[in-house]
Write a protein that binds this ligand. Structure first.
Ligand SMILES: [Zn+2]
Length: 247
């Protein structure tokens, strides 16, 4: 039986002489492994669609418990990312995060849309990297079940507190202390807090439709990175590499 699904290639490993095994974040099948037969031969029609970061429509069949690609049509490629090491390392970080968050047989169409939109924002719209990174990180945390409570100070209820507790995912005032104030607290300015509220609740199509100064984007991106990596309980080699390029 044939199945069609769209997806972005997250990883590709060599398999036998001419094949590859692709890890693909798909709309319908969650994260899944596709076997691309003969893809390393020169005339393979699957070559373009088997590249990492390429968004394609795949037609697959189930063969002995593994999906084999019968046909693949490229729908979006991002050459701008391949030609810029900084952009590529940031995109690779997004891919590593998706690879960790997505599960097999558990479709997360909103994660696929987010990745696609983030890659588009980086490569075609040329939006500031810190902004795209922050949107991706905070929204991924929300999708992965770590929606922060951004309504107001978790202790006194004030609507404009100045600390974000990344351990607990709540807002607090610097002056509010209780037995509940354990955890790492990061300063958050009013503009950054507004951006966080926007990102965590915006319609997916309007996620990148806000503007923030470069300084605030950097502040936002430090908060969202700390929050996401704390919640996922790990670091990412591509993120370390990306940050080393900015020094
Ligand atoms: Zn307070």
């Amino acid at each position: 039986m044939f199945e069609k699904t769209e997806g972005i290639v997250l990883r590709a490993i060599e398999y036998k002489d001419t094949d590859k095994l692709l890890t693909v974040l798909t709309r319908d099948l969650g994260k899944v492994t596709f076997k691309a037969r003969g893809v390393k031969s020169k005339n393979s029609k699957l070559r373009a669609a088997s590249q990492i970061l390429t968004f394609s429509e795949f037609t697959v069949t189930d063969f002995q418990g593994r999906y084999v690609i019968r046909e693949a049509v490229c729908k979006e490629i991002f050459p701008e990312l391949q030609n810029d090491l900084t952009l590529l390392s940031l995109a690779s970080y997004f891919v590593q995060v998706c690879d960790m968050v997505a599960q097999e047989a558990d479709p997360m169409p909103e994660l696929l849309s987010l990745l696609l939109n983030a890659l588009y924002a980086l490569s075609k719209l040329k939006l500031p990297q810190a902004m795209v990174k922050a949107v991706f990180e905070l929204r991924t945390a929300c999708i992965a079940g770590f929606l922060p409570d951004l309504r107001g100070c978790a202790i006194c209820g004030r609507e404009d507190p100045d600390r974000f507790n990344i351990t607990q995912g709540v807002l607090q005032c610097a002056t509010c202390r209780s037995e509940d104030t354990n955890g790492i607290r990061m300063p958050v300015s009013a503009g950054v807090l507004n951006a966080m509220r926007y990102i965590s609740s915006a319609d997916p199509k309007r996620l990148f439709s806000f503007r923030l100064s470069d300084v605030s984007c950097t502040e936002l991106s430090q908060i969202t990175e700390s929050y996401l990596t704390m919640r996922l309980e790990r670091g990412f080699s591509a993120l370390d590499f990306y940050k080393s390029l900015l020094l």
